[in-house]
Design a protein around this ligand. Sequence first.
Ligand code: IFM
Length: 454
Amino acid sequence: MSNQEPLRFPADFLWGVASSAYQIEGAWNQDGRGESIWDRFAHTPGRVHRGDTGDRACDHYHRYEEDLDSIAKLGVGSYRFSIAWPRLFPSGSGPINPAGVEFYRRLIGGMRERGIVPMATLYHWDLPQALQDQGGWANRATAFRFAEFAAAAFELYGADVPFWCTLNEPAIVAWLGHVLGLKAPGTRRFWQILSVTHHLLLGHGLAVQLFRSIAPQTAPDLPRAAIGVVLNPQPVSPHTPRLPDIWAANTWAGLWNRLYLEPIFRGRYPADTLALLRGLGARLATKPYDMALIRQPLDFLGLNIYTRVVMGVSARGGMRAVLPPGPKTAMGWEIHPQCITDTLKLASEYTDIPLYIAENGAAFADTLDEAGQIHDTARVAYLRDHIADAQRATQQGINLKGYFLWSLLDNFEWEDGYDKRFGIIHVDFATLERTWKQSAHWYQGVVARNAVEG
Ligand code: IFM
């Protein structure tokens, strides 16, 4: 513990916690929910660590009241959750599922009763399998189905949800889902990288356009309705100042950062990255006005920030991520708190709209002591250092308006199953019992004081 003055945040700073539907809800085939690409992926042997699935997950679908009580007790102002598309539209489009509508009505209502401001994400990776069967995001039509789903959500919940995020991390969807095959739908079709990216971004743009025309009016006690997108650009540095390493860092920044930031904020794909990908066989068919549709004025930008990337060249001359020495999380990600300011600065080059850290947190191997307590000191240290860096960013004039901790609960960490725990609340996946970790108590204090220890 340091003796320095606490690092105070601006009075209107929004504290939150974050989760996503497939990672916590469970009830995968209940009350009319349709199959998603993550159900199909997790049910396919060999795709997820130990064969784990989200079938039951944290059973949040049935235990959401208890979880909302925890959020209220943490004292945070907001909860970032996601709406499962196949719960509202089991086949991706067509008739709406009343039980799905009702679930989110109760969930959002539960937040409102407790004074928690809802932030809804529309696409946190759970595409209805029926749409995947028609080509998924590689099919242009999916962008239009997404916009219809989004419009239905705006109509249904617009009065009570002031913050809307269209997509979560489109780079992950495109690269890890469609090129590396590590996430659903698990395909390895390099040539689709540009079409999948383009259709995701088109879906985003169309949804924002519909949001503007629907213009949801929020209840008087809530902020005005706002829409944004959640991206995960990473600060990239060259391993050495040598030219090949600089080339690798720039190339990676194009593929991972600029491929998403430039179309959304400047209405064009980065020419160098586009040429590189096309040269390697990626295909892209655009229609007139697509880029104008993608470049919609946004109200905020969400950023998921965990680490940075150091790039060098391999012996064969290709790009290679270099893992610097020093501490790592259980994901093997370098702990580098300055990634917060660096990412915020990177985003600020594209826009001056309000920025939210939509996710930040860490997986560590937690152990329960004899009394059933979890002293997750490594997580507390990670959070403290990253939140302190966020505070320094606010002092440097960066337009940072809020921080959402990933994650409320230990949950289904995609292809890693339940092996990686990001929660500040421990979940016993046999009994589903929730136990606050030390980090939850600590975060409660940060929120109450609106400050972190310096
Ligand atoms: O669990 C994920 C989340 O769904 C998206 N952002 C990164 C988190 C940790 O890997």
